[in-house]
Design a protein around this ligand. Structure first.
Ligand SMILES: NC(=O)c1ccc[n+]([C@@H]2O[C@H](COP(=O)([O-])OP(=O)(O)OC[C@H]3O[C@@H](n4cnc5c(N)ncnc54)[C@H](OP(=O)(O)O)[C@@H]3O)[C@@H](O)[C@H]2O)c1
Length: 336
């Protein structure tokens, strides 16, 4: 679906946002458009995408158009690339936001957010943990969407980003994809010296907290000078094989939201590889925080507006800014 936007040469910056119809993606579109960027809001479902564009237009934001994009469908990605090439001849900003959790809900999700009132972050995570379960099909979908889908979008749109004077990619990642063993180290553990794993078991949030436990794999994913795309494929293949064989824990993979964590870790690694190869672009990863959206079953502590602000700040980093970096809570941070 096309809007009334002029042909090249086109002076405003042009951004594509994947999964722009709701949640953090929709807010990223709103904020980018408010900052004077022409936004191509994409969504896999035509109606959901067109409705989202209408919603933003009703706020007075006119420089927004819709294009269908299913990130696991190569013909859909190619159609978007053709559209951008014909209409603008380049792309300035790509925000890879679309993702799935890859888990099943154990019961009908109660959308009433009030149940979270008075719950701290741990209690919210515990509630989520009790209400989801990993499945083999979900794990495959998560790897296919969150890693391969995103990678395919980047690879196809890269020539258009290279045609920009200041091409940027912001990959929306998660703290779950970091190469640290656990999510966070509560002060209680440090003060009491209770072993970390034991603490998380006591708290019932161990599965949530745990990331990739296998040190060799963590080191490989961090060894960006030597890591290859082929090796990433092998590692993801091994992960899925171990998942099907019920051997995740034995081989040091995460347990609980396992594929989501592994896909985000792989995407972080791919972003870093790409950033090294494309020095003229700014390619970064950004964790939006724990946000109230459908993905978090509305359990998050931040609004989509707050989560999206972190993403937009990274998408609009100034020329010469960091590349191959990770940002969380508005700050550059370490992947490990
Ligand atoms: N919420 C959090 O606390 C949190 C924390 C850390 C990171 N993140 C990351 O933030 C990003 C946005 O998540 P969110 O919380 O806003 O989730 P959300 O509300 O569930 O939105 C996800 C978006 O991705 C789209 N999508 C999923 N699969 C797709 C596909 N194959 N092709 C195209 N679009 C697809 C969805 O489209 P449909 O509407 O058609 O399903 C939707 O627009 C994700 O990358 C997520 O991993 C979120």
């Amino acid at each position: 679906m096309e809007g009334a936007i002029s042909k090249p040469p086109y002076t405003r910056r042009i951004a594509v946002v994947t999964g722009g119809n709701k949640g953090i993606g929709l807010e990223v579109c709103r904020q980018l458009a408010s900052d004077g960027v022409t936004v191509v809001l994409t969504a896999r479902d035509e109606k959901r995408g067109a409705d989202a564009v209408e919603k933003l237009k009703a706020l007075g934001l006119c420089d927004i158009l819709f294009h269908q994009l299913e990130i696991t469908d190569s013909s859909s990605i190619a159609a978007l690339a053709d559209f951008l090439k014909t209409r603008f001849g380049r792309l300035d900003i790509l925000v890879n936001n679309a993702a799935v959790s890859g888990v099943e809900h154990v019961q009908e999700v109660d959308t009433n957010e009030e149940k979270f009132n008075g719950m701290d972050l741990n209690q919210r995570l515990e509630w989520v943990l009790k209400n989801i379960r990993d499945t083999v099909d979900g794990a495959k979908k998560s790897i296919q969407t969150n890693y391969y889908g995103t990678k395919h979008v980047i690879d196809t749109l890269l020539p258009l980003l290279q045609s920009s004077n200041g091409g940027r990619i912001a990959n929306v990642t998660s703290a779950y994809g970091l190469l640290r063993v656990s999510f966070f180290l509560p002060p209680l553990v440090m003060e009491s010296q209770i072993p970390v794993d034991q603490y998380y078991h006591i708290q019932g949030i161990f599965f949530y907290a745990q990331r990739i436990n296998n040190e060799e794999i963590r080191q490989e994913l961090d060894d960006i000078e030597n890591l290859t795309e082929e090796r990433l494929d092998e590692l993801l293949g091994k992960f899925l094989k171990d998942f099907e064989a019920d051997a995740l824990e034995m081989h040091g993979w995460p347990v609980g939201l396992a594929a989501y964590k592994v896909a985000k870790a792989a995407m972080n690694a791919y972003s870093r590889i790409l950033a090294r190869r494309n020095r003229a672009l700014r390619i970064n990863c950004v964790h939006p925080g724990y946000v109230k959206t459908d993905m978090s079953m509305s359990s998050g502590v931040l609004t989509p507006e707050e989560g999206a602000r972190s993403v937009v700040n990274v998408a609009l980093l100034p020329d010469g800014g960091p590349t191959g970096a990770y940002f969380a809570m508005g700050q550059e941070a370490s992947f490990v």
